[in-house]
Design a protein around this ligand. Structure first.
Ligand code: SF4
Length: 64
């Protein structure tokens, strides 16, 4: 699994960090970020849930 956030799309709602705090955080401006080393989702099923929760679909989950 590979998780990424399109920073051009993110509006900084914070849903990702709220939903899966082991995988996502927010930067100083409130925009979502994948935590360093957690780009593989860290085995957390909530990572996928966070992608679904993003209101602007800025999070991609690549299973390839
Ligand atoms: S849920 Fe989506 S819009 Fe909100 S901070 Fe996370 S990536 Fe950005």
């Amino acid at each position: 699994m590979r998780i990424a956030i399109d920073q051009d799309v993110c509006i900084g709602s914070g849903q990702c960090a709220l939903t899966a705090p082991r995988v996502f955080t927010q930067d100083d401006d409130g925009f979502g970020q994948v935590l360093p080393g957690r780009e593989d989702g860290a085995g957390d099923p909530l990572a996928r849930e966070a992608a679904r929760a993003c209101p602007v679909r800025a999070i991609t989950v690549d299973d390839a």
